[in-house]
Each structure stands twice: as structure tokens, then as C-alpha cells.
Ligand binder design. Structure first.
Ligand SMILES: Nc1nc2c(ncn2[C@@H]2O[C@H](COP(=O)(O)OP(=O)(O)OP(=O)(O)O)[C@@H](O)[C@H]2O)c(=O)[nH]1
Ligand SMILES: [Mg+2]
Length: 315
């Protein structure tokens, strides 16, 4: 696993010191996204001036990793994390988060490289982090959000999966299977990473679940999700079944009071950031009234989540 050094300063793309998004890193996992990467990389950096884009590529056979290296050579805001083979979306994100945290990122965005997550939403996704949110979810299932170009099958799986996880795990967020999210650094550091499942859907559900257990204030902002622009889907029936089973297992573990112990934070930081978890049942019982995002607050059931234990607030 290697991180390519940023290339030499490119006259046209040199960073503007002090721009608003200097501490923001966008983690972008890729597997065979050569057709999409150059365009989406440019659009991301245009929407978040000063941010760093970290491409996490799993030795894509179509040469996405090589392409990413050439983008990094031309623009110091682009980095590349190369992994030796396809290891799953969740592991790609966890490795990318670790690199971003180690580099000092204050805000970390995760998104797909296939244009399903429109870079135009990036400013509104990141913005609530500056007003007290710990995790912002780009949500298809709040007013103003939606899905285009998907057949009925994908819609049912996505919406049904979110509803199932919401009910079983007692999570108030409406879109739990989506992967367009922004995290405050301290929140990622506080999430125990022992045994997090790597599969596409389940990873998204589990990270939000664990964030809530750690007392996260979660905000949903509306996004319209499009089908991938080019390339081939990595979605499979196995991913869906795995998600359903893991949701049940997480609930079972919560009932048994099992606690994870390890943190995403570097080892020497773990003692400071790890013991911030709150029991899930306490997290579920708090009122949903933290005034973070007025647009979402208008709907009581979509309101940002108050923290279970004020003393548990990271940072
Ligand atoms: N590094 C890495 N990236 C992955 C892996 N699997 C998927 N990705 C990337 O993760 C993002 C989401 O994957 P998709 O294949 O679009 O999955 P999806 O969005 O559930 O399904 P479709 O949009 O229908 O393709 C894309 O940017 C993929 O290239 C993986 O194993 N490793
Ligand atoms: Mg996709």
C-alpha cells in the first residue's frame, strides 16, 4: 500500500493559501473507473477549492490507478493510495480515512467515483460540519432528495434496506445505505473499527450505526442520486444479503451489550479518543432537537440527532 507524493506544482492548479477547504479531504475509492475519474476529480476540486482528493485504487485492471498517478503528478491536491488488489469498498474507505487522518484532515468526505454522487452537492454536504454536525449524510430519502434512472428493483433494495436498518437498529436517519457522507475528524477517530464489515451496503449502515453509538450528531441533507455514468456496477445479490444479516447481527450484539475496543485513531491517540462510546439504547432515547440544519429541522423526524451523552462529545 503506497501513497503517491503530490507532483510538482502545476501553474494552472496551484493551491490558493487560506482557501475555505484546506482541511477537507475527499476519499474516492475506485475500481475500474478510468472513464469517470478525470472528470469527477476535476469537478470535486472545483467545488471544494483547496481540498485534497485521495483516490483509493485497488489495482484496477483498466488502469484507473495509473491515471490517478498522472492526475497527482499534475496537481498537488490529488493523492493516490494504491492497494494491491480488490479488497472491498469498506476496507478502501477505512484505509483512506486513516491516511487522511494521519495527514491532519479536519473534515473528511466519502463519495463514489461514478457520478452517482454529484460533486455539486459537496459544499452543502460539508457545510453543517461547521455548525456542530459530526456526520452529514447526503440523503435520497428526505424532502428534496431522490433517485433518477434506477429501475424498480434497485429502488426497492435501497429504500427497503434503509428502512430495515432504521427500524432494526433504531437509527433516525432515512438514508442508511448511501455512501455520500461528510465526517468531522473527531467523529471518525471515535468510532471503534474492530470487525467493521467491508461490503458496500453494510459498511455504510455500520459506520452510521457506530457513529450514533459514539454519540454523533447526524444531519441529512437532500441529494438526487443518479445511476452511474459509465463503467460496470460492482453491486451483487451477495452484498444485499450480507447487509441484511449484518444488521440483524449488530442488533443482536447491542442486545448482548458487546463493546468494540479498537479505534480508527493512531495508536498513541487511541487512549484519548476511544472511550467515547455510548450504549445504543441511550442513543436511541434522546430527543432529536439539536439545531444544526434548519432545512432538515423543519421535519421533526429528520432532525439532527442530539448526542446521547454531552460528555461523550468528541473534540
Ligand atoms: N478501491 C475500491 N473501490 C471500490 C471497490 N468496489 C467498489 N469500488 C468503488 O466504490 C464506488 C461505488 O461502487 P459501485 O460499483 O458504483 O457500487 P454501487 O454504487 O453500489 O453500484 P452501481 O452504481 O450500480 O455501480 C465506485 O467508485 C467504485 O469504483 C473496491 O473493492 N475497492
Ligand atoms: Mg455506483
Amino acid at each position: 500500500m503506497t501513497v503517491a507524493e503530490p507532483g510538482r506544482l502545476h501553474a494552472m492548479t496551484s493551491p490558493q493559501p487560506g482557501t475555505a477547504h484546506d482541511d477537507t479531504w475527499v476519499v474516492l475509492p475506485t475500481y475500474n473507473e478510468a472513464e469517470n475519474l478525470p472528470g469527477i476529480a476535476a469537478a470535486i476540486l472545483e467545488r471544494l477549492p483547496g481540498a485534497t482528493l485521495l483516490v483509493v485504487d485497488d489495482a484496477s485492471p483498466d488502469g484507473t490507478g495509473v491515471l490517478a498517478d498522472s492526475l497527482a503528478a499534475a496537481d498537488p491536491h490529488v493523492r493516490v493510495l494504491h492497494r494491491p488488489g480488490k479488497q472491498g469498498l469498506g476496507r478502501a474507505y477505512l484505509d483512506g480515512f486513516r491516511v487522511a487522518l494521519a495527514a491532519g484532515a479536519g473534515r473528511i468526505v466519502q463519495m463514489d467515483a461514478d457520478w452517482s454522487h454529484d460533486p455539486a452537492y459537496l459544499p452543502s454536504l460539508v457545510e453543517p460540519l461547521g455548525r456542530g454536525a459530526d456526520l452529514v449524510i447526503g440523503s435520497r430519502y428526505v424532502p428534496g432528495g431522490g433517485v433518477t434512472e434506477w429501475g424498480i428493483g434497485r429502488r426497492v433494495i435501497s429504500r427497503g434496506g434503509s428502512t430495515f436498518a432504521r427500524l432494526v437498529l433504531g437509527l433516525p436517519a432515512h438514508d442508511l445505505t448511501g455512501g455520500f457522507k461528510a465526517w468531522r475528524r473527531e467523529m471518525l477517530e471515535a468510532i471503534p473499527r474492530d470487525g467493521i464489515h467491508a461490503g458496500g451496503y453494510v459498511f455504510q449502515i455500520e459506520m452510521t450505526y457506530r457513529a450514533r453509538q459514539a454519540g454523533a450528531r447526524v444531519v441529512e441533507v437532500p441529494i438526487v442520486f443518479r445511476d452511474r455514468r459509465a463503467g460496470v456496477s460492482k453491486m451483487s445479490r451477495r452484498i444485499v444479503v450480507e447487509a441484511l444479516l449484518v444488521v440483524l447481527r449488530l442488533r443482536w450484539e447491542a442486545l448482548r451489550g458487546r463493546r468494540a475496543s479498537q479505534s480508527l485513531a493512531p495508536a498513541d491517540d487511541a487512549a484519548r479518543s476511544a472511550p467515547r462510546t455510548a450504549p445504543v439504547d441511550a442513543a436511541r432515547s434522546v430527543p432529536l432537537v439539536t439545531p444544526v440544519d434548519a432545512a432538515v429541522l423543519d421535519r421533526a423526524d429528520a432532525a439532527p440527532l442530539a448526542r446521547a451523552d454531552a460528555g461523550a462529545r468528541p473534540g
